[in-house]
Design a protein around this ligand. Structure first.
Ligand code: NDP
Length: 288
């Protein structure tokens, strides 16, 4: 047996095309297009690439994209003032502050100025709380949403399945565990203090690695036929390496999301979906 390799690039392209159609429908009906404001502060080269990719994807989907580039030496107060002004600007539907911020800036103080109604990343405590209650709001964090979409479009039955999520961060592991729980999967969250990690993982029908440890998950962690989602991205010798040891896992798993080309492309597509959802909510339109 050899795992089906889940093509995240193809699924993300399909999703972006669907989103573009929804945007066109919205504008044809006389509504302004969704608008996304991104704040990029500092000169982290990886962040600049991420933001450029987000901008391109947004424009292709018909989403109005504005980039704000405060100087790297900005203070927390200056960034707070910028984000507050975007939050109060009626022409802005969604705001994203690209992380990491320069070290002199308090990221929580800046993030807390984004209201839940403009929370493009789905990180706001209100939106996270809705997810935790089992009644998600219109937005949720993009990377876990992308994982769920890959599962959904692969036709996997989540109800009653056993899922193990390795990693408990607020941006990936925890929200994904909540989404799987809300989809009626029985979920175990693992982390660096989990005992017998391989044995716990081996019980999973759906195994998610969101760790940041290159190739740590080998075949000994994987139940035959499992759906293995590799979220990890670690730069190593000029390439990006996942948490899953593909050579050993591919012959055992039923499905495998590769790195690169699996979860990564889905994250931007989900950011656009969040932007569309916020825009529709702000215009009083039903969600699609
Ligand atoms: P964090 O560093 O915030 O969290 C890593 C988690 O892995 C922690 O919960 C940690 O446990 C756990 N962990 C670390 N070492 C081990 C170990 N040996 N055994 C078991 N658990 C372990 O990372 P993120 O959640 O932000 O990201 C995880 C990975 O996903 C990274 O490679 C990141 O680059 C990638 N990523 C990819 C995205 C994409 O779009 N493809 C988007 C976001 C992230 P503990 O809590 O105990 O410390």
């Amino acid at each position: 047996m050899s795992a089906t390799i889940v093509d995240g690039r193809a699924v993300a392209a399909e999703l972006r095309a669907e989103l573009a159609t929804h945007v066109t429908e919205m504008t044809t009906a006389g509504n302004p297009p969704p608008s996304l404001a991104v704040v990029l502060c500092g000169d982290d080269p990886a962040s600049a690439i991420y933001v450029r990719n987000k901008g391109r994807a947004a424009e292709r989907a018909g989403v109005r994209f504005t980039l704000h580039r405060p100087p790297a030496e900005s203070t927390t107060e200056e960034l707070v003032a910028l984000v507050r002004s975007l939050d109060g600007d009626d022409t802005v539907d969604a705001i994203l502050v690209q992380l990491p911020l320069p070290s002199q800036i308090d990221p929580d103080a800046v993030a807390s100025c984004i209201s839940p109604e403009k929370d493009a990343d789905g990180f706001h405590p209100y939106n996270f709380g809705r997810l935790a209650e089992g009644h998600p709001g219109v937005v949720a964090p993009g990377t876990p949403l992308g994982c769920m979409e890959l599962l959904r479009r692969s036709g996997v039955t989540l109800r009653g399945s056993r899922a193990v999520v390795v990693g408990r961060s607020a941006i990936v592991g925890r929200p994904l565990a909540l989404m799987l729980t809300n989809a009626d999967s029985t979920v175990t969250i693992c982390h660096s203090r989990t005992r017998d990690l391989a044995a716990v993982c081996h019980e999973a029908d759906i195994l998610v690695a969101a760790i940041g440890r290159p190739r740590m998950i080998d075949a000994s962690f994987v139940k035959p036929g499992a759906f293995v989602i590799d979220v990890g991205t670690t730069p190593q010798d000029g390439v990006v390496v996942g948490d899953v040891d593909r050579d050993s896992v591919e012959p055992v798993a039923g499905w495998l999301t590769p790195v690169p080309g699996g979860v990564g492309p889905m994250t931007i597509a989900m950011l656009l979906r969040n932007t569309l959802a916020l825009a529709r909510a702000r215009r009083g339109l039903p969600q699609v």
